[in-house]
Design a protein around this ligand. Sequence first.
Ligand SMILES: *Cc1c(COP(=O)(O)O)cnc(C)c1O
Ligand code: SF4
Length: 324
Amino acid sequence: MPDDAMPRTMRSAQALVAAGLLDPAAEAAVARVAERYAIAVTPAVAGLIGAPDDPIGRQYIPDAAELITAPDEIEDPTADAPFTPVKGVVRRYPDRALLKPLLACPVYCRFCFRREVVGPDGGLLTEAELAAALDWLAATPAIREVILTGGDPLMLSPRRLSALMRAFGQIPHLEIVRVHSRVPVADPARVTPELVAALDSDKAFFLCVHANHAREFSAEAAAALRRLSRAGVPLLGQSVLLRGVNDSPETLEDLFRAMLRCRVKPYYLHQLDKAPGTARFRVPAEEGLALVEGLRGRISGLAQPTYVTETPGGGGKVPVRRAG
Ligand SMILES: *Cc1c(COP(=O)(O)O)cnc(C)c1O
Ligand code: SF4
């Protein structure tokens, strides 16, 4: 196939309309949303969308409502900024820290808690900034675990990823390297043998895959996860509880069963953070608790994630509990 006939990632309201994924009547409003929040829909994801408001379309197709900030929504809901000792690092716990080498993602989720900062042309740490972040890790012996996040770390080239793995290997007190990524489901073709080889590490290595609906585990995604698992990478799953995406007992059950079939152990189910313009996705905690409690006994214990929420002000993740 000639190069210009290859399907491309859609990055504008116009491209979504042209692909039949957006009503032409909504194009102008969504173009305004795109001035503030990045759009990306990979061909792999576009192929899973039946309608803009189906459980896959809702996650990625922008909506005019994103420009309305509810009174309880804030820009940095997990309070990363006050816990940043050096650019690109967030340390909220004594023994582990996040490292955000870039802020690009394969797709841009409409409910993202970092939506004010993620985007295609921002956030790649310069060589000097990355060196400073690695120096901080090396100089902070209490840190046993580094968690690569972003953006999406698997958007880095295999060359850069293997350089990072080598750098971590040289820090004696680091025991665990964890990567959080949406790439295996959102752009499975990126999980090439070269990328898998680049993740080879002297440290214990875990990959946590973000997915919210069983249909995201397409045949291509399953094959990408199999390549990782064959290389010995333990796979964990993280999901966000989202209205209209996975807010029923059946969809949650299907999601966690699909994860297990792909050798992904459900780790966390997140209560949605209150980022601006995400009200249409909110599920109250009492409803979430009832859904999660309903899973007990119905599906394998292996398939049960912990339902967690962020403590306001940056206190970290805690299990969701009933008020009072
Ligand atoms: C979520 C998070 C972690 C990881 O928490 P776990 O409960 O170990 O998965 C670490 N640091 C920060 C700042 C986080 O937000
Ligand atoms: S992949 Fe993660 S960081 Fe990127 S837009 Fe989605 S939720 Fe946000």
